[in-house]
Design a protein around this ligand. Sequence first.
Ligand code: PLP
Length: 424
Amino acid sequence: MTFDFDQVFDRHNTGSTKWSRYPADVLPMWVADMDFAAPPMIIQALQKRLEHPMVGYSVAQDDLREAIVADLWNKYAWRVEPQELIFLPGVESGFNMALKALVQAPQNVVVQVPNYPPLRHAPGHWGLNKVELNFDAQADGTYTTPLDTLNQSLQGGGALLLSNPHNPLGKAFPRAELQAIADICLEHDAWIISDEIHAELCFDGRQHIPMATLSPQVAQRTITLMSASKAYNIAGLKTSFMIIQDRHLREKVNHARCGMVDSVNPLGMEATRIAYSEAAPWLAELKVYLQGNRDYLAEAVHTRLPGITMNLPQSTYLAWLDCTALGLDDPQQFFLEQAKVGLRLRRWLQAVRSPELRLPKVAAGGRHSADGAQFAPSQGLISACRGEQARSYKYRAIWSAASLHRQGNDFHQVELGKGFRQTR
Ligand SMILES: Cc1ncc(COP(=O)(O)O)c(C=O)c1O
């Protein structure tokens, strides 16, 4: 590999959100923020940019727009015009702006479940009725969209908040399923607000399909949200963009920024330009590394962790682990206290509590307890968590197993076979 994904950086006391939440002995794996250095070409470009000591309010320059337009064409054969891009300080602000601009009560906003919590909470910010669309769990462990329910939920128009590729399921939507979803939205004149922030992280040679590329009709009703933040690990630079191809729609959504969503920072825009124009070799290697991590994690969960199951993510560096069979009252607390691993803090599932289960009820196939974890720490970081502490860290080592796939022998020193229950 040309690029070094193994180097360890101590992120304590750097203001990192991920590394500030838990005590120092906890390995945080709860936020989609990788522990790799950003691509060197981006860091060098930022250093060069700072040789000019002015960082005032900034607008997107033509070369940034052109770099994105070229990338969208190269990756997805998607023809976008430079003026169809709107720059924002975050995908989250984008989907909130779109809801504010486009949906009126009593229309519904359909949100997939499980889901990234800010997507689930967005309709509530605007007093809109949320309909949670629970995936259908298939026998082969995949999840599909319940089209009948979607159809009923959008009878009065409204909007679908789509996460594609899906966080946390790691699902890269196949064309036929996207088309069926789009057909329903079009039939009811519903808007499609498509969060595609993880688009570039598809595995096994899979190709991401942007919703708006299905047809001009679909593009007319779609607001696409993208960013270089996840794939190139520059989330803290808070730079994203919307693609809205219909001019009237674009103006309407952009108007909703008034008083809330300001301009984007110049360093974020420069980093984004470099990501799309120069960092392709880095991304290619990252995907190989992540896919290796994913496979190792899946193997470790399958062979060494009775009571936990996991689907193989097709995309994203997030794993969705079904811990139902462990019978834990609070898996997140258990992993935090026993394993010293900080998983996602907020619930990603329905907030419904059932007294019998004492766990949040996952509608997808009646599974009851699952949690999100990510598999993007560097291999070196994980080895730093072993040594004499290995025993007490055995579970964190397991959760981080994906990073150890090149150090299999060492990893076997960790006791893996006992299962979680016996430690309680
Ligand atoms: C699906 C999804 N959308 C949006 C975001 C947040 O994006 P931003 O920081 O640009 O608001 C995340 C971050 O994890 C995410 O996973």
